[in-house]
Design a protein around this ligand. Structure first.
Ligand code: NDP
Length: 491
């Protein structure tokens, strides 16, 4: 087919952060004729059921301790209750507004949008669920990922992260399965909102792959804050409590929370809600305990959304987890088809998908082959306290070369004054050979904000001496990053 005979220069499948960015830059800045299909809501995981609503829930949950702390500083504030339905209404209005922004961005860039599911017919042809067929010189798959439940009978009784923004009421008790980003973030959020949270993680420590000391402090702080975290524990059986053969068991909130339940903050106005849509759930765990929770949430990972799109039929390789296999230019084995974002399961973060989208446009529409740089990406886990991280953990670095570890953990001024036990951690992993800072790990309030800046220095491969040449900002928590004179150890 001659180039001009294609309906579009580019057809994007998926209206999330990566797909929308690629579409509007290709159309707006390079004059490409672009079509985009989205079968759900524009904005994708990040805007509709991920980063944005999650972060708003983080903010909501963090107000739980504000009254206590203000009073310790001499205020006389009275705690009130948390109104989930008022918050949820406002949250969804905000998501509607943002979806409108995404639609408008596409429209103003001249992108044709189709509210339809797309499948591939051949290397240049897309079939839309409405019955239309569109051809394009290039096709970009940006369909993201979706949460997965473990292969367990009755697993559909549990919710996943997509569902949590739509709950009718907050449950009184909740079991969260998993120890990754989503499990830990929602354990902290729901705990802050007054839900009795139990978390089961099958491994020895949450947040596998991150720096051991940093994740140790996050786990300890989560427990101190009231999350009933069980390590080396997994779910083995579940059913509706009403259907369970031995009759109702004591609820987690009745019995099993033990000391951590007593340590919980008493939140006035806590809903004592009825629980999930399906009723209380009986759960048996690997350690033999049986408990009943109002709600169970699976945060057991996400798979790329690549199935039932006809990709394999037209020769696009799909990996074991469902990831679309691409080269460093995000190109699949079918030269006209590219893929970016979570569907490629490289680094599953919104800013990375956006960069992959930009690099794709540069490669294809500016004729400048641009590989995606996946090295030294800073990220944050919005637990309480937050964890910000960039570069290698101590464990990863010491397997590669000899390193010096600069680390300090202390009670920060603001909460120490209020009599709180909270601790923070600042850690640098430094190459002994050339003094480069190989990794920076921060556990502290606003660690996400701090690591964005520390990330510049680590990405620029600055040395410990260059960190030290930077004058401290006093009094701050992060001044420790430039004042740690002596290594704590060599590894
Ligand atoms: P993760 O892969 O981070 O964590 C999945 C967790 O579930 C792991 O603890 C894993 O255990 C556990 N798990 C997997 N299968 C089972 C099973 N069958 N039974 C019990 N436990 C199981 O996935 P998430 O869903 O938390 O997050 C997905 C991705 O989304 C992240 O990797 C991240 O890229 C992105 N994300 C980023 C955020 C941020 O930047 N703040 C926030 C949220 C998500 P094990 O460790 O043993 O494998």
């Amino acid at each position: 087919m001659a180039e001009t005979e294609f309906d579009y220069d580019l057809f994007v499948i998926g209206g999330g952060s990566g797909g929308v960015r690629a579409a509007r830059v290709a159309a707006g800045e390079h004059g490409a004729r672009v079509g985009l299909a989205e079968h759900d809501r524009y904005g994708g995981t990040c805007v509709i059921r991920g980063c944005v609503p999650k972060k708003l829930m983080v903010f909501a949950s963090e107000y739980a301790h504000v009254v206590d702390e203000a009073n310790a500083y001499g205020w006389d504030h009275k705690a009130g209750g948390f109104d989930w339905s008022a918050f949820r209404g406002k949250l969804h209005s905000e998501l509607d507004r943002l979806e409108g922004v995404y639609r408008n961005l596409l429209k103003s860039s001249g992108v044709d949008t189709f509210d339809a599911r797309a499948t591939l017919k051949d290397a240049h042809t897309v079939a839309l669920s409405g019955g239309e067929t569109k051809t394009a010189k290039h096709i970009l798959i940006a369909t993201g990922g979706h949460p997965v439940r473990p292969d367990l009978p009755n697993a559909d009784l549990g919710i996943v992260s997509d569902d949590i923004f739509h709950l009718d009421e907050l449950p009184k008790s909740m079991l969260i399965i998993g120890g990754g980003y989503i499990a830990c973030e929602f354990a902290c959020i729901m705990n802050g909102l007054g839900v009795e949270v139990t978390q089961y993680y099958r491994g020895a420590q949450i947040l596998r792959g991150f720096d051991d000391e940093a994740r140790g402090l996050v786990a300890e702080s989560m427990r101190e804050n009231g999350v009933d975290l069980h390590l080396g524990t997994n779910i083995v059986e579940m059913s509706l409590a009403a259907d369970h053969k031995d009759g109702p068991m004591p609820t987690a909130s009745d019995a099993a929370m033990g000391a951590s339940a007593q340590q919980r903050r008493d939140i006035p106005g806590k809903s004592g809600a009825k629980g999930s849509r399906k009723g209380p759930i009986w759960v048996k765990s690997t350690n033999g305990t049986e408990k009943v929770f109002d709600m169970v949430m699976f945060a057991t990972g996400r798979d790329p959304s690549s199935r039932e799109m006809g990709l394999e039929d037209i020769g696009v390789s799909i990996g074991r987890r469902g990831e679309v296999v691409v080269n460093e230019y995000s190109q699949t084995g079918v030269p006209s088809i590219y893929a970016i974002g979570d569907v490629t399961n490289r680094v599953n973060l919104t800013p990375v998908a956006i960069r992959e989208g930009m690099a794709f446009v540069q490669t294809v529409f500016a004729a400048e082959p641009t590989p995606v740089d996946h090295e030294l990406i800073a990220s944050a886990i919005f637990t309480q306290p937050e964890m910000g991280t960039v570069g290698m953990s101590e464990e990863e670095a010491r397997d590669k070369e000899e390193v010096e570890i600069y680390c300090t953990s202390f009670r920060p001024m603001q909460t120490a004054f209020a009599g709180k036990p909270n601790r923070v951690l600042m850690k640098l992993v430094v190459s002994k050979k050339d003094r480069t800072v190989l990794g920076c790990h921060i556990v502290a309030p606003h660690a996400g904000e701090l690591i964005q800046l520390a990330g510049i220095a680590v990405k620029a491969k600055l040395t410990k001496e260059q960190f030290d040449a930077t004058c401290a900002v006093h009094p701050t928590m992060s001044e420790e990053l430039v004042t740690m004179r002596n290594p704590m150890r060599t590894a």
